[in-house]
Design a protein around this ligand. Structure first.
Ligand code: HEC
Ligand code: HEC
Ligand code: HEC
Ligand code: HEC
Ligand code: HEC
Length: 184
């Protein structure tokens, strides 16, 4: 038993698993907090619903999604582009943190909710290139206030969709289910 485990650990797949287990221990603690707190308190209770319903595209505030790994979050200056001229910015009880961020040149510290651990390679670009929509993974954000994950973003979730999308295409299946595609 022990010798077969040792033998397995010395094989390439075993080494990958060992590496991942090591990384999990290191990054797991921080990541676990985010998984449990699906909706942590945010510095501003930002209403997605009211911004999306007036026709602002997701990519206006999260433009990295089509270009690379990270979708990105808007800076206070991007909010200010509209909010500077709006009466509601002075009267709203929700917006003093935005005004303070602009006056002090400090960022708004949004708490990440859509997140996978560091030892997982996720990139938005190939997913959007394959024709997926934001909603396929993030749910109906257009109806949300602050963002909430519609499901846990774990390995089973990734693999389920990868299996579905590659059914009947052995070459794609091999790529999308290979450990090295997401862990390297
Ligand atoms: C393209 C213009 C635009 C941008 C960019 C924008 N907003 Fe707004 N925001 C609006 C408008 C218009 C309203 C009022 C909507 C309404 O009356 O329903 C609003 C409403 C709000 C409200 C609700 C205020 C209240 O008390 O009812 C908050 C909070 C808010 N925005 C925060 C932000 C933050 C934070 C950002 C940057 C991350 C941002 N907005 C970016 C146009 C914008
Ligand atoms: C195939 C599923 C999938 C699709 C499609 C998708 N996302 Fe994501 N998104 C994720 C995952 C997984 C993460 C966590 C990534 C991480 O931790 O590196 C994430 C993270 C994010 C984040 C927070 C961190 C960051 O900067 O990347 C934002 C914002 C985001 N997505 C917006 C979008 C928008 C907007 C779209 C559509 C244009 C979109 N996503 C499409 C799966 C997806
Ligand atoms: C006016 C700017 C704006 C628009 C438009 C917008 N968002 Fe966001 N988004 C934000 C802000 C600010 C946050 C951080 C607060 C929060 O977590 O809700 C955020 C958070 C997110 C997150 C979680 C990020 C993380 O770090 O965990 C996702 C996913 C996301 N948005 C997806 C979308 C999608 C999909 C759309 C279009 C349907 C969209 N957003 C439209 C400003 C915007
Ligand atoms: C809703 C479906 C869906 C979900 C959920 C999803 N993926 Fe994907 N993924 C795809 C599709 C479709 C492709 C593109 C396949 C192709 O090349 O045609 C892809 C491609 C990829 C690629 C690029 C492969 C390459 O080398 O071209 C990586 C890496 C990846 N996904 C990682 C992840 C990770 C990590 C997760 C979970 C955090 C995830 N995906 C969740 C559907 C999904
Ligand atoms: C499509 C992307 C994807 C593929 C392919 C993939 N994984 Fe993962 N893996 C993830 C994600 C996302 C996580 C983090 C979330 C979780 O723990 O479920 C993860 C977590 C792990 C963990 C940590 C376990 C834990 O419970 O935290 C191990 C070990 C692991 N993967 C091994 C593997 C092995 C071995 C393979 C090949 C058979 C593989 N993975 C293939 C996405 C993937």
């Amino acid at each position: 038993m022990i010798s077969s485990v040792v033998k397995w650990l010395s094989e390439p797949l075993g080494r990958v698993a060992l590496l991942i287990v090591g990384l999990t221990v290191i990054s797991g603690a921080a990541w676990g907090i985010n998984v449990l707190q699906t909706t942590p308190e945010q510095p501003i209770e930002f209403p997605h619903v009211r911004h999306v319903s007036m026709g602002i595209p997701c990519l206006y505030c999260h433009p990295g999604a089509t270009r690379g790994p990270s979708a990105g979050l808007p800076s206070p200056m991007k909010c200010w582009g509209c909010h500077q001229q709006m009466e509601i910015t002075k009267t709203s009880p929700l917006l003093p943190p935005l005004v303070a961020a602009i006056e002090n040149g400090t960022p708004l510290r949004w708490v990440p909710v859509a997140q996978v651990p560091d030892f997982v390679q996720f990139n938005h670009r190939p997913h959007l290139a394959a024709g997926l929509n934001c909603e396929d993974c993030h749910g109906n954000v257009a109806q949300m206030t602050i963002y909430q994950n519609p499901q846990v973003m774990n390995m089973g979730w990734c693999l389920n969709c990868h299996r579905e999308r590659s059914a009947g295409n052995p070459e794609l299946e091999k790529k999308l289910l290979d450990c090295g595609t997401c862990h390297y």
